[in-house]
Write a protein that binds this ligand. Structure first.
Ligand code: GLY
Length: 409
């Protein structure tokens, strides 16, 4: 079995001493200082690690989540990345504190997000410190996640029973594309414990997702609902996208990242080919703007087409972009390029272009517009009417991860 390509313990990277294109052109010392000051501002407002930065409200005030919110692991992850990027011990101390408060999350079995929550916090902490206690938390969290796997469906159930947007259909076994991201926790748990069952579940889930979530053009549905007794597909739909048939931007990014990561752990070429096909779909999409920061859904050309949603188009005369989708895509491309042959340069150039855009004043926050986050212009969920055109902690997470990955190219 192939395991993580990343060494268990990184020597902290001091980006300014490196010499990659992105550092020379866009990651100036001033920008790095600004990024650090945004985290310092957040830490000055909340030093209680059970009140975890997530986004801002309309007045620009910090909004937080508790330890069981799906985004709870990203802030700790951001602090680990700050430590990795700067080598400054103060970030390590904070990262420990914001990670270790998540310890009870390892027992979460009521949805699939335990993968995001524990891998982004403890997973990064483990790579940087080798802390044995963190290994135990990772393995317990993988056990919890595995309770949601059905050998009949051959997938992990993302959410418990839930109504679809039509208000009538009940999804009993909904699996969302985001779930691909939780597989990293399972692969890591096998690497750490030697128990191959986690790896097996991850591979089966990825294969089932490949088969049922994806369309011929390598775009994907957000939600696939299964009959838990037979494994038959009952519904293909959206929860956070524009319409069922559309391509929700963050979903496409989760898929690209997820299948690239599956290749890292399996060395199975079908995952690499699949990831390349998804990348090509994204990068060649006719609705991808010049600056490569996607609209929140690749098909969201006219928001008025879904008037049933709590979406006030007059408040958003321009279709919102989603910087979080761009950041995830960028980070994924910076891994994919390492495995790709002739497309390597293309993926690297695309990632550079995305980074350049995210670093521009159009997307990067400034002290006058957001005090706590790095990037503006992300979208949580337009159909739910929440977090539209705001900073989001996970956009920053994948942006910082992309910078770390970039420093290794
Ligand atoms: N996993 C939730 C989201 O991407 O919004």
């Amino acid at each position: 079995m192939k395991i993580s390509l990343f060494p268990k313990i990184f020597i902290p990277l001091v980006l300014f001493l490196g010499c990659t294109r992105v550092e020379e052109t866009v990651l100036t010392k001033e920008k790095m200082q600004f990024i650090a000051s945004q985290f310092e501002n957040a830490l000055a407002v909340t030093n209680d690690p059970t009140r975890i930065p997530k986004t801002i409200n309309q007045n620009g005030e910090l909004k937080t989540t508790g330890i069981y919110g799906w985004t709870s692991g990203f802030f700790a992850g951001n602090l680990w990345y700050m430590y990795e990027l700067t080598g400054d011990e103060k970030w390590k101390d904070e990262a420990r504190k914001w990670t270790e408060v998540l310890d009870p999350v390892k027992y979460v079995t009521n949805d699939h997000d335990v993968g995001f929550m524990i891998n982004c916090s403890y997973g990064n902490g483990l790579k940087l410190t080798g802390n044995k206690q963190y290994e135990k938390v990772m393995v317990q969290a993988a056990k919890s996640l595995s309770t949601r796997y059905s050998p009949v469906v051959r997938s992990i159930k993302s959410w418990n029973s839930k109504k679809a947007w039509d208000g009538e259909t009940i999804w009993d076994y909904p699996v969302i594309i985001d779930n691909m991201m939780n597989l990293e926790l399972l692969f890591e748990a096998t690497r750490l414990s030697g128990d191959s069952s986690f790896h097996h579940i991850a591979v089966q889930h990825a294969l089932t997702t490949m088969k049922n979530h994806y369309r011929d053009d390598f775009s994907c549905y957000h939600v696939v609902d299964y009959d838990p007794l037979t494994g038959v597909v009952l519904d293909k739909a959206t929860n956070q996208g524009f319409v069922d048939q559309s391509s929700w931007a963050r979903g496409q990014a989760w898929g690209l990242y997820g299948f690239t990561m599956c290749y890292r752990y399996t060395n199975d070429k079908k995952f690499l080919d699949f990831a390349e096909n998804i990348a090509d779909y994204i990068l060649n999409h006719p609705n991808l703007p010049e600056d490569m920061i996607p609209y929140w859904d690749y098909n969201a050309i006219d928001p008025n087409l879904s008037p049933e949603w709590n979406y006030d188009a007059s408040k958003f005369p321009e279709i919102p972009r989603d910087a979080s989708a761009a950041a995830i895509t960028c980070s994924a491309l910076l891994e994919l390029e390492k495995y790709s042959g002739e497309k390597r340069e293309m993926y690297l150039n695309a990632a550079d272009k995305i980074l350049e855009s995210l670093f521009s004043p159009e997307y990067m926050s400034s002290s006058s517009d957001s005090n706590f986050f790095i990037l503006n212009h992300s979208v949580g969920s337009i159909p739910h009417g929440v977090e539209i055109d705001v900073p989001l902690v996970y956009a920053d997470y994948y942006f910082l991860e992309a910078l770390v990955r970039k420093s290794h190219t």
